[in-house]
Design a binder for this molecule. Structure first.
Ligand code: FES
Length: 82
């Protein structure tokens, strides 16, 4: 038998599964060294993230590399996961 606390936790977990993070605004800079925005990435990589292409076109990731280190944080916000 489940306690009230177990039920509360179960409801919270269900709510979290329905929660999705909003996509990033297109003007947000992902690579600040080379001013590469979310829109730049989306328009350059319509089929999915291509870091080599972004590096060739903008220099993306060839400066301080913070944008590459933060890839796990922003990738799913730039490209909607379906
Ligand atoms: S933020 Fe992308 S190279 Fe520095």
């Amino acid at each position: 038998m489940k306690s009230d606390q177990d039920l509360d936790i179960s409801e919270a977990l269900d709510a979290l599964q329905d929660w999705t993070q909003p996509a990033l605004d297109g003007e947000v800079l992902i690579c600040e060294c080379f001013c590469v925005s979310v829109n730049d990435i989306r328009s350059t990589c319509p089929e999915g993230l291509d870091l080599d292409l972004l590096a060739q076109r903008f220099g993306f990731g060839t400066g301080c590399m913070t944008c590459l280190k933060d890839l796990p944080k922003w990738k799913s916000l730039v490209f909607e996961i379906k």
